[in-house]
Design a binder for this molecule. Structure first.
Ligand code: F6R
Length: 252
């Protein structure tokens, strides 16, 4: 795992978008694993800009999103399917049928998850997976636990995650408490993984990477074992880690 320091959110987003664009140039029909949340918004904006000004071509790209709230329809403006359409897909030349998000409307958890696993297998696996990280270290909706869960599964969101995600809803009671998420196995099977983090509120989270142990109570720590994982973070998010373990940051 390589940790890359960037000066601010704009640079973090630009560097990440360039790595994703390079993946698309290398393999025009690549499978991108995508994330929602605030962190990747700048990356998506930069990719949209590259599509418009440099003809970055998404016509053959396939995408699979990490997760979706159980119970929300793709048309609900709180769903991750809606988020992806509004913030990314409708601004680029990707074919809607090539974009995939777990089916939040399937009440049968086992069926919803096995169907998504099959889909990722049928696509040939993920070439590049983009991740954000929760304050508690979650990746996708893989919450702190005694083990890593490998497969796509339904997860109960922790109180902390529900509180954090309430900012996207009118009332905290509206935040779904269960979600479908890719498992750690699928994330780790991606050929390249890029985890992005910004802002002072993520500094303590990022400092956990200094421990260099793989601990399911900090799910992001599994990336220490990925041979092609990049953590791209801004100065504020790295402010503690850079003091505790400067040797872990490759470009300082
Ligand atoms: C979103 C996802 C989550 C977020 C994480 C960070 O699809 O899987 O793991 O990446 O909660 O969210 P932000 O970017 O809003 O801080």
């Amino acid at each position: 795992m390589k940790i890359i320091y960037t000066e601010n959110y704009e640079v973090m987003s630009a560097v990440t978008a360039q790595l994703i664009a390079a993946q698309i140039y290398r393999k025009p029909d690549c499978v991108l694993g995508l994330a929602t949340g605030s962190t990747p918004l700048g990356t998506y904006a930069e990719l949209i800009r590259m599509h418009r000004s440099q003809n970055l071509n998404f016509s053959k790209v396939r995408t699979v999103n990490l997760d979706e709230y159980k119970g929300l329809s793709p048309d609900s403006d709180q769903s991750y399917a809606y988020f992806m359409r509004e913030n990314f897909f409708r601004h680029i030349n990707i074919r809607p049928e090539n974009t995939h998000v777990p089916n939040g409307l399937n009440p049968d958890e086992d069926a919803a998850c096995s169907c998504y696993e099959r889909l990722i297998d049928d696509l040939g696996g993920i070439d590049l997976q983009l991740l954000g990280i929760g304050h508690n270290g979650h990746i996708g909706f893989n919450e702190p636990d005694d083990t890593f869960i490998m497969d796509t599964h339904a997860e109960s969101l922790t109180e902390k995650t529900v509180r954090m995600n309430a900012r996207f809803f009118e009332r905290i009671e509206d935040v779904p408490t269960r979600a479908y998420t890719m498992g750690i196995g699928q994330i780790m099977a991606a050929k390249t993984v890029i985890l992005i983090a910004n802002g002072a509120d993520k500094a303590e989270t990022m400092a956990r990477f200094a421990e260099r142990t793989i601990d399911p109570h900090f799910q992001g720590s599994i990336l220490h074992a990925h041979r092609n994982a990049y953590v791209i973070a801004d100065k504020a998010a790295l402010s503690i880690l850079i003091k505790q373990a400067p040797q872990l940051i490759s470009n300082r």
